[in-house]
Design a binder for this molecule. Sequence first.
Ligand code: NAD
Ligand code: MG
Length: 399
Amino acid sequence: MVREVVLLGATGSIGTQTLDVVSRHRDRFRVKALSAGGSRVDLLAEQVREFSPEFVALPTAAAADALRAALGTDRPSIRVGPEASTELAGLDCDVVLNAITGAAGLRPTLETLARGTTLALANKESLVIGGRLVTSAAAPGQLVAVDSEHSAFAQALRAGRAEEVRRLILTASGGPFRGRTVDQLRDVTVDQALAHPNWSMGRVITINSSTLVNKGLELLEAHLLYDVALEDITVVVHPQSVVHSMVEYVDGSTIAQCSPPDMRLPIGLALAWPERLPDVAAPCSWAERTSWTFEPLDDETFPAVSLARTAGAAAGTAPAVYNAANEAAVDAFCEHRIGFLDITATVRRVLEEHLAAGADVPSEAGAAWVADAQLSIEAVLAADSWGRRRAEALTRKDP
Ligand code: NAD
Ligand code: MG
C-alpha cells in the first residue's frame, strides 16, 4: 500500500531528508502536499517539480507569487496565510510529518491529531508546549516520534512491557562546548555555537544543542510521549551520538538503539511505522576500533535540563514559557544582543516570573501560570506570546 504523506516544513533539514527517504521508496510513499516558511522558494519549486504534490502551503502572498513565478504553471494549488500549514494537516492522507521549527507547529499538530491521521512528529516544540492538550488528543499509536532519541525509546520499548520499565536514559552529545567551564562559555560566538560536532540541523535546534535546551525539550518530550515520570528519565552525555537512547527494565537489563548519526533512519521508521524500510542508513561498522563513552551531565554549567525539569514538574503553561523565552533568547544571541550564558539566564528569569505570578492577580495576558487542569490552547498561545515578549524585553535591557 502506498502511503500518502503531507510534509510540513519541507525546505528545512528534516524536510529535505524526508524527501530523500521518499525519493528512494517511491513504491511506498507519495507526497500529497508540502508546506514551507517561504525563505527558500527556489528549493521548494524544485521539490514541487520532483514530487508533484497536489497542494502547497506558504505563509505569505509574496512567497506564493514567487513560487508561482518559479514554477510557471497553475499546478499545484497553493494555500496562503498563517494557517495554511494547518489546512494541509487537515487533508485526507496517511501520515503528516511535521518538520516546522518552533511553536508555529502547534496548530498543525493538533489538527492532524483531530483528523485521526498518523502524526510523525519532528516538531517537538508543539508537543512540549501543548503538553496534555496534545497527548490527550492522540489515540494510542497515533503519535510517532521522529526525534532520534525518542525513536530509540520507541524501538527499545518493544523489548518489554510498560510496567517493566524502570527508567529511560536519554543520551546527549553534549554539543560543541562539552567539558567547558562557565568562564569559558562567557564569550563564545554564534559561529562556534552553530558548529555541532555530529549533526547538521536547522539554526534553532543547533543553538539549542549547544545550550542543552534541546535536551531539556527532549526530556519533556519523552515524559509526555511515553508517560514516564520526569525523575525516572536520566540524561547522560555520550559524545559519539551512536547510542541514541536506552530503556532500563526492572530486572537490571538496559536496551539501547545504536546507529551512526543519520536522521534518515528515524524519519524512515516514522514514515513506515511500525515497519522498517530496507537500507535507509548505514549501520554501525565493526571493522575498526571504536569507543563509545558516557559521562554525567554538568548541570551547573548547563542548567537548561534542570530548568526543563522545573517547567515540566509545574506543567500547564510553564513548558510553553520555557520554550518561548528560549526562542526569543536564541534570536537575541544570533543578533548579538546577548551573550551565550544569557540564553539560559533569560529562560530562567522568565520562567521564574511566570511561576511566581498568581493567576488571581490581574496582569498581562499569559503572564500568570495556568495549571494542566485549566489548560486550553488559548492559554498556551497567550503564555507563548507573553514568554517571547518578556524575554525580548529583557534582552533589550528593559527592566
Ligand atoms: P529548519 O529550520 O532546517 O527547517 C524548518 C522548516 O520549517 C523550513 O522548511 C521552514 O521554511 C519551515 N517553517 C518555519 N516556519 C514555518 C511556518 N510558520 N509555517 C510553515 N513552515 C515553516 O529546522 P529543522 O532542523 O529541520 O527542524 C525542524 C523540527 O525538527 C524542529 O522542531 C527540530 O527541533 C526538529 N528536529 C530536527 C532535527 C534535525 O536533525 N534537524 C532532529 C530532531 C528534531
Ligand atoms: Mg534529538
